[in-house]
Each structure stands twice: as structure tokens, then as C-alpha cells.
Design a protein around this ligand. Structure first.
Ligand SMILES: [Zn+2]
Length: 382
């Protein structure tokens, strides 16, 4: 799709030759195209299709829980706790990245805690001016204390999201349940059933996550087929810590139309061709890829190449708590380090709306709301 001159830029406040341009739409092409400021990107209405609840927790809240419940973790200060639950300088491997989630499983101690964590994740998304969020969570992780059922923890997340929705009505949220490759297929079947039974309450999809290096997607084929037949949207992490073959596996074995990350698809022209033919949408998460060792530097990231190849891409956070970022930060990196233009950002936003796990009429309504929000730049947190 050929995009018009990125009119969102024209709606921001910036100064051109001492003339302040406010929120008035200007006719004709802009003469100057300043780089967006942090404030510009914060004000941009945003959509996130790939964010894990467990990876989006506030460090301050984790510290409070650790102190209140006497967890065997250093919680005297945020600095002391940080390395256990957040990536710190120099960590660049998927094992270090995944290790944070093992620690985080120790925090899911009560229904009240799970409710608080989920509510705050939605609150933080609203404060970063997200207008649509597909929040994925792993019921087996939240239930890992062994004291709660998969159904109960799922219901607690649903209730927290519903409550947050009443406080932040401009942020539309749908939920995706994740199952891990490195956990049993039988567990995935249970989780998928819990999700399928709760579609009317905001669960829209099933996701395959976990250790991509040692565990293939193929054993989960039946789970995903059943989920799709039950009405759930299907997505999968692939082509992140292994190569393009994993992207092909996710598309061919699991039948997904969206791939989490998938950035290594560019290594294989046949996989690129398959993704283009099937109109696959890639959920790109820049900082996550750097921190888990997928790329050595932002400048080496495949996103510009993916766009040049005509692949459909979106910008997402993955784990803003673990990574210490917001979606606005990711947009800033996309512009500053990868050279994406305003048109690229706008394209990513509308691709996300089109690829959302909503019924067609709601997808169209989301795109219309996005267009209206871009036109008036009305932050959801106001
Ligand atoms: Zn992810």
C-alpha cells in the first residue's frame, strides 16, 4: 500500500524556521521532516501485538512483593533485585533472558498478586498511549506454585484486565494464552481448552513460546489445529533463536498467520517467499532481540531488510519489564538506530490493526480508531 506523506508528523508540535506548527493539518508536502522527539513518540497512538504479562511487571511492585512475602531474593533496593528479574548490561543470550522468567515464577503467590500484576500491566500500557494491546500470558507459569488451577489463574487475569478496562476505556485489550515448547503437549492441550472456553471473555488466541533451540513446533500441531477449529487465533514464536526453518515450521505445522519475531526468515529466500505468499505478519521486538543475542547490534537488525523484501512487520515490546523499555522506546530505536521513517511507523501500526486477532468488523473499527487518533493525537491516558 502506498502511504501518503506521513501526516502524523504534521500534527505534532515542532518548530520549522521559527514557525511553530501546532495541531493544525498543513496542506501540501512538509518542507522539513524533523526526527521525532521522545514526546512525539510517546504521544503517538500505538498498538502492541506481542507483550508477555510475565515480562511486563513493574520492578517496584516486584520488590514490594519480595519484601512482603519474604522471598529469598535481595530486595533491599531496586538495584539489588534488578539483575534477577531484568536484563542488565552485558547479558546477551537467550538462556540469560529466559532465566529471568524462572525467577519471576516465584512471585505468583496469590490471586491478589496476580490481579495486581495484570492490572498494572494494562495501566502501564495505557500510560504509554497504547490504543490496542494483545497481552499474552502463560497460565502454567502463573499456576506454577501448584496451588492454583490453570482455569483460576486465567480467570484472575481476565478479571484484572476487565477492571483495568473500566479505568482505561480507550485501551482495547485482547488476551492470548501461551504454551511452552519445552513443556508437555498434554499441558498445552489443557491450556488451549481453558482458553477456548473463555473466548467470550476476551481470550482471542493461542501462542507457542519457550525454548525454540531444543524443542520443535511439530508436536504441537494437533493442539493448534484444535484451537483454530475452536475459534482461537494462532500465533507462534519462531525464527528468533533458530533459523528460517523454524519460521517455515510454524507456518506449515501450526498454520499461524503471525510469527513472533521471525527475524531470521531473511536467511532463506524460500521462507521469505512462503511468508509473502501467506501474508504472514511478523511481530518484531527490537530490544528483546538484542538482549537475547539474536542480533549483536540494532544496526544489524533484519527489520529494514524484512520491510524491503515486502514482508509485513509490526513493532512490539515482548517483555518491557524484563527489558526495561516501553513501546515508545522501541519506536525511538526503530527511528534512530534502524532509520525507519514516519511512513514506516504508520505502516507498522496499520499492519498491526489488520493483523489483530479481532473479528473483521472489529479490525476495521480498530483501524478507523487508529486513523482518527493519529489525526487528533489524543493520548489515551489523558
Ligand atoms: Zn515473546
Amino acid at each position: 500500500m502506498q502511504l501518503p506523506w506521513p501526516r502524523i508528523c504534521l500534527a505534532f508540535s515542532f518548530t520549522v524556521s521559527s514557525v511553530t506548527v501546532g495541531r493544525t493539518r498543513l496542506a501540501g508536502p512538509a518542507i522539513l521532516m524533523p526526527s521525532p522527539s521522545r514526546a512525539d513518540l510517546a504521544a503517538l497512538p500505538k498498538l502492541d501485538l506481542h507483550r508477555h504479562l510475565e515480562g511486563a511487571l513493574r520492578l517496584t511492585t516486584l520488590r514490594a512483593i519480595a519484601q512482603q512475602h519474604g522471598l529469598d531474593l535481595p530486595a533491599d533496593s531496586l538495584a539489588a533485585l534488578r539483575p534477577y528479574v531484568q536484563v542488565v548490561d552485558g547479558e546477551r543470550s537467550f538462556r540469560q533472558f529466559l532465566a529471568k522468567f524462572d525467577v519471576l515464577r516465584r512471585f505468583y503467590l496469590s490471586p491478589e498478586i496476580i490481579h495486581r500484576l495484570a492490572f498494572e500491566v494494562i495501566e502501564d500500557a495505557a500510560r504509554d498511549n497504547l490504543h490496542y494491546l494483545e497481552l499474552r500470558f502463560t497460565p502454567a507459569a502463573l499456576a506454577s506454585s501448584g496451588r492454583f488451577s490453570l482455569a483460576d489463574v486465567t480467570d484472575w487475569v481476565i478479571a484484572a484486565v476487565a477492571e483495568a478496562g473500566r479505568v482505561y476505556p480507550k485501551l482495547q485489550v485482547r488476551l492470548i494464552v501461551s504454551v511452552n515448547r519445552h513443556e508437555p503437549v498434554a499441558l498445552a492441550e489443557q491450556v488451549a481448552q481453558v482458553a477456548a472456553d473463555r473466548q467470550a471473555r476476551g481470550i482471542a488466541g493461542l501462542d507457542l513460546a519457550g525454548d525454540e533451540v531444543n524443542f520443535p513446533a511439530a508436536p504441537f500441531r494437533g493442539v493448534f489445529q484444535a484451537a483454530r477449529q475452536a475459534g482461537l487465533g494462532c500465533v507462534a514464536h519462531a525464527g528468533e533463536w533458530t533459523g528460517a526453518a523454524a519460521v517455515r515450521d510454524a507456518i506449515e505445522h501450526l498454520g499461524v498467520r503471525r510469527v513472533g519475531h521471525g527475524v531470521r526468515v531473511v536467511e532463506d529466500p524460500a521462507a521469505v517467499a512462503l511468508a509473502r505468499e501467506r501474508a504472514i505478519v511478523f511481530e518484531v521486538c527490537l530490544t528483546s532481540n538484542l538482549q537475547s543475542g539474536v542480533v549483536a547490534a540494532f544496526a544489524a537488525h533484519a527489520l529494514p531488510r524484512m520491510n524491503a523484501l515486502g514482508l509485513r512487520t509490526t513493532l512490539n515490546t515482548d517483555d518491557p519489564g524484563v527489558s526495561g523499555i516501553t513501546l515508545s522506546d522501541e519506536y525511538q530505536i526503530a527511528v534512530d538506530a534502524l532509520g525507519l521513517s514516519w511512513a514506516d511507523l504508520q505502516q507498522a501500526l496499520f499492519t498491526a490493526a489488520d493483523a489483530s486477532l479481532l473479528p473483521p468488523a472489529e479490525r476495521a473499527a480498530l483501524a478507523a480508531r487508529l486513523r482518527a487518533a493519529l489525526d487528533r493525537l489524543d493520548p489515551v491516558s489523558e
